[in-house]
Design a protein around this ligand. Structure first.
Ligand SMILES: [Zn+2]
Length: 213
């Protein structure tokens, strides 16, 4: 398979997996992958079950797409803004997963109360300030909140993650939703205890040697 057909297949699979796992509902949520000097991105307003690899849209750095292609995601500015600002990122995943969105609506960052938050980045997962969906202003807010980390909440909207691959960005999105659900649960029973700076630093060192070689 060519790199392009591979990415088109992966984008389709990621969207369908997000629907199956409950990370997303309806036609909200979108994903992109760096390709050539631009990106391949999911089309606007197509439910995941109806997506096919040929519907993925190539968008150039100046935002253009072929006239006979599907219309690209309404969040293409946010996706490209992030890919342009973060050369190490190969993919972006955005969704309105329930617990992340609950916290985002309350403008509550996720504090480091569980060591797995380190998968997303150091310290708390921040909330990017509210901006209207689909705008350059939202793209700038997301880029700023993602600095130094793989994921953040978007106020009154949802969550967005980046990765070294589409699968990595999806794994971060899944962990962000899990951490949001855990934090939400702790708020219901009186609040979590904090991890100390030393405990977090020790956990970060453990992550350096984590996984398969
Ligand atoms: Zn959205």
């Amino acid at each position: 398979m060519s790199e392009e057909s591979d990415l088109r297949e992966s984008l389709t699979r990621v969207m369908q997996r997000m629907a199956q796992s409950g990370l997303n509902r309806g036609s909200s949520g979108n994903a992109s992958a760096r390709f050539r000097d631009g990106m391949l991105i999911t089309p606007s307003g197509v439910p995941p079950a109806q997506l096919t690899p040929s519907m993925m849209v190539y968008v150039t750095p100046d935002g253009a797409s072929a006239p006979d292609a599907c219309r690209p995601s309404s969040e293409r500015r946010m996706h490209w803004g992030i890919l342009a600002a973060r050369p190490e990122a190969q993919a972006v995943v955005h969704c309105h997963s329930r617990h992340a969105t609950i916290l985002a609506c309350c403008e509550k960052p996720i504090p480091p109360i569980h060591y797995m938050l380190g998968v997303i980045g150091p310290g708390a997962v921040p909330v990017a300030p509210y901006e209207t969906w689909g705008t350059e202003a939202l793209a700038r807010a997301a880029v700023a909140a993602l600095e130094g980390r793989f994921g953040c909440l978007l106020a009154h909207h949802g969550q967005i993650t980046i990765g070294r691959s589409l699968d990595h960005a999806l794994a971060v999105a899944e962990e962000l939703e899990e951490q949001a659900a855990v934090y939400y649960g702790t708020l219901l029973i009186g609040g979590a205890a904090a991890l100390s700076a030393e405990q977090l630093a020790e956990s970060a060192r453990q992550f350096e040697g984590y996984g398969q070689r």
